[in-house]
Design a protein around this ligand. Structure first.
Ligand code: PLP
Length: 260
């Protein structure tokens, strides 16, 4: 009999460029041999250069979709990306509360890669006070960790987020020192250890690397890897996706998730 793939329930926005959001999640999870259970939280309007606007989906539809699916399919991990509104964040929070045994991976999507806000204060409030405290890992970039941690210094902000309860805060450095040849991502763990992950910075601007990384970590945790193993493998995956990234429009490049 064919082995059943691990399943990752994903809450994410739809990005019509296919670079970020739910398409990035589906591709990254599939490329790892997992099965993505995609829940669209919002419809964005954007190209590879700018985000113009977005609209969240009907919260009742999202709630119904989740409850019908959970009666049928076993879930191995939950990944949360763009939430878009406090109403959507509430639905996701209720659902996550009902599945306390599952690893929860949170990519706190606050802004689009090309600029433009994707989540406001009300969403940040739910993330900080309800979702992040029970996460296996949260994956902010430097700007996001400072915004969430309410502090101008990334390390202090990460420590303050860690104190709320997640197992790990993995701060990615892709948005800092963009002219440097390397970048150092940092995992702040519950046992107060800090682990550095140094990566080569490849030239270019990319769309959807944060989503790809968090989805790869999620499918690896679903497979039973420990957090440091999942992060290491996911970083290697993202690096090879970026190495073969392609231009589909006139702005940011799209990571090739089949090469990862
Ligand atoms: N999720 C959605 C729906 C988006 O549109 C975007 C960016 O445009 C993101 C997430 C974040 O993308 P990135 O992985 O580049 O941070």
């Amino acid at each position: 009999m064919v082995m059943k793939p691990v399943t990752v329930m994903v809450f994410s926005g739809l990005d019509p460029t296919g670079g970020a959001g739910i398409q990035a999640d589906i591709q990254a999870i599939s490329a790892h041999g997992g099965h993505c259970l995609p829940f669209v939280t919002a419809l964005t309007t954007q190209d590879t250069r700018h985000l113009t606007s977005f609209r969240t989906v009907d919260t009742d539809v999202l709630r119904d979709q989740a409850s019908v699916l959970l009666r049928d399919i076993h879930v191995d991990a939950i990944k949360v990306g763009m939430l878009g509104s406090a109403g959507i964040a509430d639905v996701v929070d209720d659902l996550v509360d009902s599945l306390p045994e599952l690893p929860l991976i949170i990519d706190p999507v606050l802004n689009a890669g090309g600029g433009g806000q994707l989540s406001g204060e009300a969403v940040i409030d739910v993330l900080k006070n309800r979702l992040i405290p029970r996460a296996a890992v949260v994956t902010p970039n430097c700007a996001e960790v400072r915004e969430l941690g309410g502090c101008h210094e990334s390390e202090l902000a990460a420590r303050s987020l860690l104190q709320t309860g997640p197992e790990g805060v993995f701060v990615t450095a892709g948005d800092e020192d963009i002219d440097a040849s390397t970048m150092t991502h940092k995992l702040y763990s519950k046992d107060l250890q800090i682990t550095d992950y140094q990566c080569q910075r490849l030239p270019g601007l990319f769309h959807g690397t944060g989503c790809t990384l968090a989805a790869a970590i999620a499918v690896r945790l679903a497979r039973g890897e420990c957090l440091s193993e999942a992060i290491e493998g996911a970083l290697e995956f993202v690096q090879s996706c970026i190495q073969s990234a392609y231009a589909i429009g006139q702005g940011q490049l799209i990571p090739d998730r089949w090469q990862g």
